[in-house]
Write a protein that binds this ligand. Structure first.
Ligand SMILES: [Ca+2]
Ligand SMILES: [Ca+2]
Length: 298
């Protein structure tokens, strides 16, 4: 009897060890571990209503702010992606257009002041879009596209890096890297290959990117422990790792956090569990002094 019990206990221990090793080996370490280097800060998220066709479980994806409007993309069960113009006061859809047929999971959007940039999780391509013409005609007007070189293309945003504007593009799982791309060069060449000026290790589950007052904000979907990380660029340049460059961490409004957008005062996002929009007032200050990397004024 005691022998049987001993074998049973050893079996259980072995099973536990094997499962633990498997989790680590499969890369679930980041899923289990939180960033304890920084304290979690609460944002007061306000519910801004349902995402288009959320009742059909069409998942919210890309989000950006463009000239006083929200530009939002959702994904029709990986068969189609649609881009919407939403009035932020009423949250009503004004106009829309569909992405090209191969772009069935358009996961990131960014506005450069003239063109809309979109990246797609399935086609792993970046798209440069004439937003006004596309909305006016109800049909996408593409300026061009390029291969992101990633295999799980997730979010994107425009940001400054060493004196030039680049497009940050994150990889969900796969390489777990966010790359900083000379996007005009990538567009001309048809590929980001040779146009990547920097890359860092993200938290593995990057779902959103936005650049606010000198900081990079990246959302991560950890299924119940979702967060938005405020990343210091000077620290990032040195560590090349989002975790050690994160100076503040905010709780996401809900599980399944998606892409981020900034209207100048508030951070916007959505989620793919409740299918709703949220925003929260955010004070990202102080603006970092370029002579210091700590986000504090000189
Ligand atoms: Ca997404
Ligand atoms: Ca965005």
């Amino acid at each position: 009897m005691i022998v049987y019990l001993g074998v049973f206990v050893i079996g259980l221990l072995t099973l536990g060890l094997v499962m633990g090793a498997a989790l680590v080996g499969l890369g679930f370490k980041d899923y289990l571990l939180r960033n304890h280097a920084v304290a979690s800060e609460a944002l007061v998220w306000e519910d801004r209503g349902p995402t288009p066709l959320g009742e059909m479980r069409y998942t919210p994806q890309g989000l950006t702010w463009a000239e006083g409007r929200l530009i939002f993309a959702n994904c029709w069960r990986d068969t189609r992606s649609r881009v919407y113009e939403i009035d932020p006061a009423t949250m009503q859809v004004q106009r829309h257009f569909d992405m090209p047929p191969e772009a069935v999971h358009t996961s990131g959007l960014a506005w450069d002041g003239q063109w809309l940039w979109a990246v797609d999780h399935k086609s792993n391509r970046g798209y440069c879009i004439d937003l006004e013409a596309s909305l006016a005609q109800g049909q996408i007007q593409l300026r061009g596209q390029f291969d992101t070189t990633l295999r799980g293309t997730s979010a994107c945003c425009l940001m400054p890096w060493n004196g030039e504007q680049v497009l940050a593009i994150s990889d969900f799982m796969h390489s777990r890297r966010t790359i900083l791309v000379r996007h005009q060069q990538a567009l001309a060449a048809g590929t980001a290959q040779g146009a990547i000026v920097f890359a860092y290790r993200n938290e593995g589950f990057s779902q959103g990117l936005e650049f606010i007052n000198g900081y990079l904000f990246e959302s991560e979907n950890k299924r119940g422990d979702d967060a938005v990380n405020q990343i210091d660029l000077a620290r990032l340049a040195v560590s090349q790792y989002a975790r050690t460059a994160t100076i503040r961490q905010y709780r996401a409004p809900y599980r399944g956090v998606e892409d981020l957008a900034w209207d100048g005062q508030r951070l916007w996002t959505s989620d793919e569990v409740n299918f709703r929009f949220f925003y929260a007032k955010l004070d990202p200050s102080p603006t970092p002094d370029p002579r210091h990397g700590d986000g504090k004024p000189a």
